[in-house]
Write a protein of this length. Sequence first.
Lengths: 486, 354
Amino acid sequence: MSIERNQLIQSLLQILPEKSVLHTPEDMHPYECDGLSAYRKLPLVVVLPTTVEQVQDILRLCHSLEVPVVARGAGTGLSGGALPNEQGVLLGLGKFKQILEINAEQRTARVQPGVRNLAISQAVDSLGLYYAPDPSSQIACTIGGNVAENSGGVHCLKYGLTVHNIQQVKIVTMEGDLLTLGNSGLDSAGYDLLALFTGSEGLLGVIVEVTVKLLPKPERAQVVLAAFDDVVKAGAAVGNIIAAGIIPAGLEMMDKLAIKAAEDFVHAGYPVDAAAILLCELDGTNAEVSEYILRVRDILNQSGATEVRTAKDEQERMIFWKGRKSAFPAVGRISPDYYCMDGTIPRKQLPRVLETMDKWSKEYNLPVANVFHAGDGNLHPLILYDANKPGELERTEEFGGRILELCVEVGGTITGEHGVGMEKINQMCVQFQPAELEQFHAVKHAFDERGLLNPGKAVPTLHRCAEFGAMHVHHGKLSHPELERF
Amino acid sequence: MRDQDISHNLQQQVIDAATSKRALHIVGGNNKSFYGRNISGGVLNVAEHRGILNHEPTELVITARAGTPLQAIEDQLSKHHQILGFEPPHFGNTATLGGTIACNFSGPRRAAAGSARDFMLGCKIINGKGEMLSFGGEVMKNVAGFDVSRLMCGALGTLGVLLEISVRVLPRPELELTLSQEMDAAHALAKLHALGRQALPISASVFDGLNLHIRLSGSAAAVNAAKAAIGGEQMQYDAVFWQQLREQQLPFFKHSQTLWRISVASNTPPLNLPGSWLYEWDGAQRWLFSDAPADVIRNVAALHGGHAVCFRAQHKPDQVFHPLESGMLKLQQKIKHAFDPAGIFNPGMMYTEI
Ligand SMILES: Cc1cc2nc3c(=O)[nH]c(=O)nc-3n(C[C@H](O)[C@H](O)[C@H](O)COP(=O)(O)OP(=O)(O)OC[C@H]3O[C@@H](n4cnc5c(N)ncnc54)[C@H](O)[C@@H]3O)c2cc1C
């Protein structure tokens, strides 16, 4: 153990009780990766504070010692955002589990950052309210992690992302100052730092409290399942529903491989012969849902669906969704490993993107299962691979990288909801110009002058981009030709 | 005026101003000059940078140059039965999309559907170094990089010149109608909060001192069911009413006193401040005509978790916007510096220090 590390641990023990400071490899092991388990590292030390004051003291200490800090919620992130820094402290917020206040009149809940997403909806269920963003990981992921990633879910087409459903966030800056972003009203004075902070992946501050907005539960929700013999037809059907002026509560698509995996896993009654299925959920008043179900069924039939099924009861509705929400673990069962991508594209580009991915899948000899937030164009291609086969992870990463670059090329983005983290850092060089990346660094600098919060994630340095560009020459063009090569 | 791209011209003006550290006053339709602190500086006219660049009805997005008249945007959307979900006020015929976004102006539908910031998807800007930068995009979900696009909403141009803007749009509701009931402020607020806990298609509310007006929007089935549940008398010509409310043309707004916009927790009881009141956004936005001193009004707003803006006044107080506490002000100054190191964009329009 180096002296500095020892000193750091001793100083942390002045702030925290012994049980809140983990420093043996065995104790730190559960923190070595997030949901992107291909990347693993051990930090110098893991701390698990229980009070805001402790968080402030930890950050002040790390600031003065210039030690990097990585915040962590539940570690379900899929981009390596919570991957520890080997020279730094991993700050776990998992012990902040309290719901501090529920205001039924104002329809808000003030909660600590370690509260699980689903726990909020459960706590307000008896009031007829719920918290709308519902990432598929909602039983495990924390609200702090949701704010840091600006997480979505299957219902964000109608109800928005995390940024649309929070009202106030309290953060501790790297210097240990406690700041409130947003307020109790619908807007606040000065710059909208609440918006800027949401989705900042732990680079700008540590979230210690979140006030979320709650919605009344709709009188009724109903889901229609449609099968298609062609993925492109299913994509067109999505456009047709939107063009009819209908914004479904959820609009999801799965392709053959994903359907098969999900069906084997949860037995949802999915048509396993279909090339694609769409799940379209309508919610609202009873009469409205009945009316829209009929209209959506018509549109789906006219769009060439081979089968259109309305869930016959609430139980069947839940099982239809369960199949979709467990698509990732389901795919995990049919392949030793899978790599989950997260690009977003303008929906009209779907045929082109699917065809290209199919071609590449054959080229790389790596199967792809597609799960798709079809309503908002957010793709989750899952590349199936085996990490034990030499070179297969590298080929998977290369394939994945090309998919993301394709998303940018067709006018989309490399990440719709999982964040850049460590994983997509190189593709940031494809999506953004050097001056834009520099602008991000300037924003980071405004919050964290010494660059100690989650360093090396989310926004690449220009040098990194130059290195990446040297390795990957795309379409014969060198990215960032203005930068010196090494 | 015709559609044209004058971005390079604008960029050159910014570079020149940055080099000589000259302040620029960014102007779009020049119809919102009543808003914010008075400033001086060479005018940077963005209104000529105009034109709709992309409208993809099935993708629910429109992209336009910042100088595009708001009316032109709404006309285009209307052709496809779509609307701007935040129902922005125009405050005159010359309103531009850029000015609306820079002020984050949102109308009656805000409490139900979201503000301009909520609909913002992406933008192209010129920063204070004269660099043209793009953030966000035309897709609904995009978490690559910090959310600079939404930061621009309400920044009053102090962080950059907006060049192009992409916003999400909504389908026009199939049916809208308005129900009116006579009651006092306390009952109106209580009623709105009780209704807010049920899933009803309420798209706007206003209490004008005498009546509570509730607008319902959505499918005919949903609106008609809710109409029976809420009760009250159906208003005639209600579209005009909501437009006049949005544009501050109702009789309530004909007043010579200072107009304050008070943004507080929606369930704040009627506040004890002298003047005449109008409540919107289920109680979260309150308009007050009053001669009460600024700090008195601000203290009351802050006590209820909110802030107060001096919206229109013959004699503006020095602080038009709610003062920031020192830690927050320091951070906001650093943000300003990150985008506009020479401090050339609309300096002082928001705060003296910004
Ligand atoms: C099976 C599965 C399904 C998923 N489905 C979805 C989905 O549908 N939609 C979706 O959007 N995501 C989904 N995810 C991704 C993931 O669950 C989300 O990104 C989630 O918000 C992460 O929360 P967490 O608490 O696990 O955060 P972590 O993984 O612990 O951290 C994520 C990032 O947030 C930062 N962070 C965490 N807490 C704080 C804090 N208090 N202050 C500052 N920074 C913090 C970390 O530094 C890191 O950068 C899924 C993941 C899995 C494994």
